[in-house]
Design a protein around this ligand. Structure first.
Ligand code: 5AD
Ligand code: SF4
Length: 478
């Protein structure tokens, strides 16, 4: 539970209200993580506190993702297993939120008789009222309307007081692209940019409360501002965010190559606080597949942007998304993807097997690449990338890097490399390098877990792991 919510509970209890507990299960992307925090905050103002103990919850929210897989089934089976909690506690309110909620809507209420509430991503601010309706008036409801862009207000971001060093800040919602495989335009609606003044105010607020790094979030942040005439574009917004005193690092995700402007590429060379890590999804190395995906860019124009970036800022680590087994993808198409990966040499990537999403245009195409072939292609992509990632990471052995410390290392709690360290050694504090690689550092003083987060350390890399480093603190920069 965050300190701010603890404080609100105490306030609520002082005012004679009995605090209720909400358990939030978050699936999917960073946008959902962000949305879950806003839900907790909205409910916090109505005397709810978050709990990690689902059995003691008065309200359970499952914040769902529908981008891949058959998550709808996962959500249904999870709801099935919650039935007994509902039987024990008839006051329990069960709510499904997020993209599956948006997509299936009323259908979920019909299929799950003990489900109370279904809310789409646009309804976060109304969640407390909707929950009250479900609780007090026994109203079962699916609230999945998109709010018109003129009336849309981004859920307010409250000051964190949990000591976090890094934070997400949503700068826009929705996506106006028409990638044929993607469900996001259906579940998140059209693009709406958050007014830049609000973004800047939110970042200032975060900084006042100790945040040193922000990641600006959107489905396609590069098209920020296009829906508002007088608004900044994304590269301008980035510069203004970076100009905020007390903020040390800025990142953003995610980007569509078509909207990746020269000004944005140049920012990597000219804005020192912009961290050298760029996630630019390409999806496939085959022109034919990219056309089928309706990506609106080809391989060559994508590579030109990369070349320009590398000429200006060669130290920027690049990552991407790849889909294997898109309808009609031949062995030759797939080979072009492998060729592209070998040519660009990304430092990391996310790879997925294509899965047809209901309602998308690609879902009308025959899903003709057999599952076994999809699996084999996925394995090949990951194996090739592992080699390249490992070679890149190995270059950091014994080097000194700057690390922004965030908190206790989760790898330190459960990772295979740290088992002995955890039994006998000091706790590990985790942070990230500028190029976004996690680094675990053994605490050298007993207060490290309390005092290092939010500080920037110089760290020597002692060991290179498959996706992270471990190192030794040499001193603090700030
Ligand atoms: N099948 C597989 N992968 C998908 N993605 C989006 N939709 C699908 C789908 N239907 C992947 C894309 C996107 C990432 C967020 O998820 O690579 O960039
Ligand atoms: Fe989906 Fe394409 Fe929009 Fe990304 S840019 S969210 S893949 S439609």
């Amino acid at each position: 539970m965050t300190l701010s919510l603890v404080r609100k509970t105490q306030e609520a209890e002082l005012q004679g209200q009995l605090a209720r507990r909400v358990y939030i299960e978050t699936m999917g992307c960073q946008m959902n993580v962000y949305d879950s925090e806003r839900m907790a905050e909205a409910l916090g103002r109505h005397a709810y506190v978050t709990t990690t103990d689902i059995e003691r919850a008065d309200l359970i929210v499952i914040n769902t993702c529908s981008i891949r897989d058959r998550v709808e089934h996962k959500v249904l089976s999870m709801l099935g297993s919650l039935r007994k909690l509902k039987d024990h506690n008839p006051d329990l309110v069960l709510c499904v939120a997020g993209c599956v909620a948006q997509q299936v809507g009323q259908g979920l209420l019909a299929r799950v008789p003990h489900l109370d509430l279904v809310i789409g991503p646009d309804q976060i601010a109304s969640l407390p009222d909707l929950v009250a309706g479900a609780r007090d008036r026994q109203q079962r409801q699916a609230a999945t309307e998109f709010v018109h862009r003129k009336d849309y207000a981004f859920p307010e971001l409250l000051a964190p007081d949990d000591g976090r060093a890094t934070s997400f800040v949503t700068v826009m919602k929705g996506c106006n692209k028409v990638c044929s495989f993607c469900i996001v335009p259906f579940t998140r609606g059209r693009e709406v940019s958050k007014p830049s003044q609000q973004v800047l105010d939110e970042v200032r607020l975060l900084v006042q409360h100790g945040v040193r790094e922000v990641t600006l979030l959107g489905q396609n942040v590069n098209s920020y501002g296009k829906d508002r005439k007088e608004e900044l574009d994304f590269a301008q917004l980035l510069r203004q965010v970076a100009a905020i005193d007390g903020l040390w690092r800025v990142r953003f995700t995610t980007s569509h190559p078509v909207d990746c402007t020269d000004a944005l590429v140049e920012a990597f060379a000219r804005v020192p606080k912009l961290m050298p890590f760029f996630h630019l999804p390409i999806q496939s190395g085959s022109e034919a597949v990219l056309r089928g995906m309706r990506r609106a860019h080809g391989v060559d124009d994508y590579l030109q942007k990369i070349e320009k970036l590398r000429a200006l800022a060669p130290h920027v680590a690049l990552s991407t998304d790849i889909i294997v087994g898109f309808p009609g993808e031949t062995d030759a198409d797939f080979q072009l993807t492998l060729d592209l990966l070998a040519r660009v040499r990304y430092t990391s990537l996310y790879a997925f097997m294509y899965s047809a999403r209901p309602g998308t245009t690609a879902a009308q195409l025959p899903d003709d690449v057999p599952l076994a072939v999809k699996k084999a292609r996925l394995a090949q992509v990951l194996a090739l990338q592992d080699q390249m990632s490992q070679a890149w990471l190995a270059g950091f052995q014994d080097q000194e890097v700057e690390v922004l410390f965030e908190g206790r290392s989760r790898a330190g709690d459960s990772g295979p490399n740290s088992l002995l360290g955890q039994l006998d050694g000091p706790p590990q504090v985790t942070g990230r390098t500028p190029q976004n690689v996690p680094v675990n550092v053994a605490a050298t003083d007993p207060e490290a877990l309390a005092t290092w987060p939010g500080r920037l350390g110089r760290v020597r890399i002692d060991r290179v792991h498959p996706h992270s480093f471990s190192g030794t603190l040499l001193g603090f920069v700030a």
